[in-house]
Design a protein around this ligand. Structure first.
Ligand SMILES: Nc1ncnc2c1ncn2[C@@H]1O[C@H](COP(=O)(O)OP(=O)(O)O)[C@@H](O)[C@H]1O
Ligand SMILES: [Mg+2]
Length: 345
């Protein structure tokens, strides 16, 4: 799939404008603070309904304005669809082909790459859960409802646990829902981890990494009677997929604890490249690849083999970075930004 054009109005610092993209590589260049990440955010939010920078949608509205819009036309297999988001302080409206819908995570699928993604390897377990859950939904969009059902039941149960007089039988009902749904989510995470293991080892080889294997190990948080009793006094849920973790073993060694900076980047590149290839395999279409300022994160060797492998004739890539680096030499459509305004170069 690919983004044909994007229209933004009052989206952060971006000037009202329409931008058309090439079907392969798009290189977006500009100095700091001009609005490169804002543009990536305007695209990302249409594919996931969430921003990667804020949970408060009104922050996306240009200061002093009432309403922000981000709109894309997406092409897949010669048919086109539009997605748009209209954000006001009161409400966020999401539309597909001009019709209001609740959410849609499959018309536009993106695999993004931000410098902050290093947290997937080194940060808290929630970062790894978010990564694997997004991949699961990108691979199997129909599983989204399971995640929502789980989140809803978990919120209800936590509310009950916090009440001064805990209603044990109501908690019990939610425990059943959570255990059922939690098992399904656990199976999905386990299966996705195996897919990642298979594919990442291949990617490491392509990236010419000195480490030969990357094992993605799913670490479930098991339910047991003691935990169930303990939660009554802790007043918060203590088991279930919201406590799961993943372990990335590079050459048999846990990356979170031991990987060097370079190795951390190799693991991340292998995971992202794997995500792209797995989506292509399962969905029979390419995700749009978004790379925000990652050039600065990579050393010479990793950079060239990464760009070599990410570029493909039937994959759209949108990459941002500052002037005067290697980006300008890549073959692709170049756009330059100044003060929220993009111009074709
Ligand atoms: N809601 C908003 N309204 C207007 N400007 C904003 C808003 N949110 C952020 N900005 C401005 O956008 C600019 C940052 O854009 P960003 O896309 O992060 O830059 P970069 O090109 O470095 O990626 C900053 O100057 C910031 O002040
Ligand atoms: Mg930026």
């Amino acid at each position: 799939m690919l983004i044909k054009r994007l229209y933004v109005q009052n989206f952060r610092n971006l000037k009202e404008q329409e931008i058309s993209f090439s079907k392969n590589l798009n290189i977006l260049i500009g100095e700091n603070g001009q609005g490169k990440t804002n543009l990536i955010e305007a695209i990302y939010i249409l594919s996931t309904t969430k921003s990667f920078r804020t949970s408060k949608k009104e922050e996306l509205i240009k200061w002093g304005e009432e309403r922000a819009i981000s709109f894309v036309e997406v092409e897949r297999d010669e048919s086109t669809a539009t997605l748009s988001l209209e954000i006001t302080k009161a409400k966020t409206k999401f539309l597909r082909n001009e019709e209001e819908i609740k959410r849609d995570l499959s018309t536009l699928t993106t695999v993004s790459f931000f410098p902050s993604d290093l947290e997937i390897i080194k940060g808290a377990p929630s970062e790894r859960r978010r990564f694997i859950d997004k991949l699961i939904v990108d691979l199997y969009p129909e599983t989204l409802s399971q995640f929502f059902a789980y989140q809803r039941a978990l919120a209800q149960k936590n509310r009950l646990l916090k009440e001064p007089h805990q209603n044990l039988s109501a908690i019990e009902v939610y425990n059943k829902i959570l255990i059922d749904n939690g098992e399904k989510i656990g199976e999905l995470r386990k299966a996705a981890s195996s897919l990642l293991t298979e594919s990442s080892t291949r990617e490491l080889e392509l990236l010419k990494s000195p480490e030969q294997t990357l094992n993605v190990v799913y670490e479930p948080s098991f339910f047991d009677e003691t935990k169930m009793k303990a939660e009554l006094s802790a007043r918060v849920s203590l088991f279930g997929p919201h406590r799961d973790d993943l372990r990335f073993e590079l050459g048999g060694v846990d990356s979170r604890a031991y990987a060097s900076q370079g190795q951390t980047r190799s693991v991340l590149l292998a995971l992202k490249l794997s995500s792209i290839k797995l989506i292509e395999e399962k969905r029979k279409t390419s995700p749009v690849v978004l790379l925000d300022d990652v050039d600065s994160e990579l050393d010479e060797k990793r950079r060239s083999s990464f760009f070599e492998h990410i570029s493909s004739s039937d994959r759209q890539v949108i990459i941002t970075g500052p002037r005067g680096r290697h980006l300008e030499d890549l073959p692709g459509k170049q756009l330059h930004i100044q003060d929220g305004h993009w111009i074709k170069h």
